[in-house]
Design a protein around this ligand. Structure first.
Ligand SMILES: *Cc1c(COP(=O)(O)O)cnc(C)c1O
Length: 360
């Protein structure tokens, strides 16, 4: 009845919402700790919440469809031209645009073995085939081998990678780009780049503008604390942005989302504080793992992936934590016996440590 590849598609499994825990376990909302979707534990900048409150009566207006002010802000932040930017309802929507302009039945995408699930979901939704390298890490030789043998239409580099937290070296990213034919796109998804503090791993949009076939993706959902507003961006050379614009629906983010992202852009202190808290608390997560014999993947992000080994069961542990009001992400669906925990505030993390200790 429907396209076979749509019927067979498994939809994205989102982190469990607080509302579900409240309903199912009768826990008070204030006692639920959500460490499952890599949201910013500091919330968002006060500038943002105040601006939204003050502008609530603008809800009846369509947003400025040129998104002039937000593009100006991004243009200044990244040193690129406004015409090299496209805004999406989350960078997820830009992923959809990219899939839309490039993929058909018979197309192929290439990703690392364990990475952001939406690449695959969009690809399959357009009837494309998904090729994966063997490693969850982005290993240059594995990528080049598959690029040569499979000739994928899109190559995805997720750095830092979700849900594993590792990052790809800057020079390795360029090696993968250089090995990709100009007819194929390379998407460099940098949803967590604000947390990367090493020159060897840090990249920014202007590194890629000179390529005709590379898109940099960023988002306001993580370090900027605007997950609920759904604002992301793609940055690429102008010709490629013009093509992406062809499939963009009008008014694709809301009036208040646009305003929120503009205000968030003015508060870089908030991002600095968020990154500082994250790095301080991340050390506690590493320490906890070492003290309790848990293996982990060193992380460049605002989450950490605990590999649970043979004698523990990630699904059971995630479910038990949930009954105690703590939501973490079970990675069983990614084929990993692991949990992914978003780094929270100090007291939230302490409670996670206490409860997790009882489960392992
Ligand atoms: C969170 C995330 C995104 C997109 O988030 P949006 O909220 O849609 O902007 C994209 N890629 C990765 C790897 C992510 O973790």
């Amino acid at each position: 009845m429907y396209k076979k590849y749509i019927e067979n598609l498994k939809s994205y499994e989102a982190g469990k919402p607080i509302e579900l825990i409240v309903r199912e376990y009768g826990i008070e909302p204030k006692d639920v700790i959500k460490l499952a979707s890599n949201e910013n534990p500091l919330g968002c900048s006060k500038r943002v919440s105040e601006a939204i409150a003050k502008s609530a009566d603008r809800a009846y207006l369509y947003p400025d469809d040129s998104m002039f002010e937000l593009k100006e802000a991004l243009s200044n932040r990244f040193g690129v031209d406004s015409k090299e930017i496209i805004i999406g309802a989350g960078s997820d929507q830009i992923l959809e645009f990219i899939s839309h302009i490039k993929l058909d039945e018979g197309s192929k995408i290439l990703t690392s073995n364990i990475t952001f699930a939406m690449y695959e979901i969009y690809a399959k939704g357009f009837g494309a085939e998904v090729i994966k390298t063997d490693s969850y890490r982005h290993i240059v030789d594995e990528f080049i081998e598959k690029i040569d043998s499979e000739n994928p239409d899109i190559v995805y580099i997720c750095t830092p990678n979700n849900p594993t937290g590792d990052a790809t070296r800057r020079d390795d990213i360029f090696k993968i780009i250089d090995a990709t034919p100009k007819e194929s796109l390379v998407v460099v998804d940098c949803a967590y780049m604000e947390y990367v503090d090493s020159r060897d791993y840090f990249v920014e949009p202007k590194d890629f503008i000179k390529y005709s076939n590379v898109v940099y993706l960023g988002t306001f959902s993580k370090a900027y604390g605007l997950g609920g507003m759904r604002v992301g961006y793609g940055i690429a050379n102008r010709e490629l942005i013009d093509i992406l614009y062809k499939v963009r629906p009008p008014f694709n983010i809301t009036t208040l989302s646009l305003l929120a992202a503009i205000e968030a852009s003015k508060d870089s202190d908030f991002v600095v504080r968020s990154v500082e808290l994250n790095s301080k608390e991340m050390s506690r997560y590493e320490e906890f793992a070492k003290e309790n014999g848990i293996e982990y993947i060193p992380s460049w992000t605002n989450f950490i992936t605990y590999l649970l080994g043979e004698n523990r069961d990630s699904t059971k542990i995630a479910n038990n934590l949930m009954k105690k009001g703590i939501i973490v992400r079970d990675l069983a669906s990614y084929g990993l016996n692991a949990i992914r925990v978003t780094i929270g505030k100090e007291e939230q993390n302490s409670r996670l440590f206490k409860e997790l200790k009882e489960e392992i």
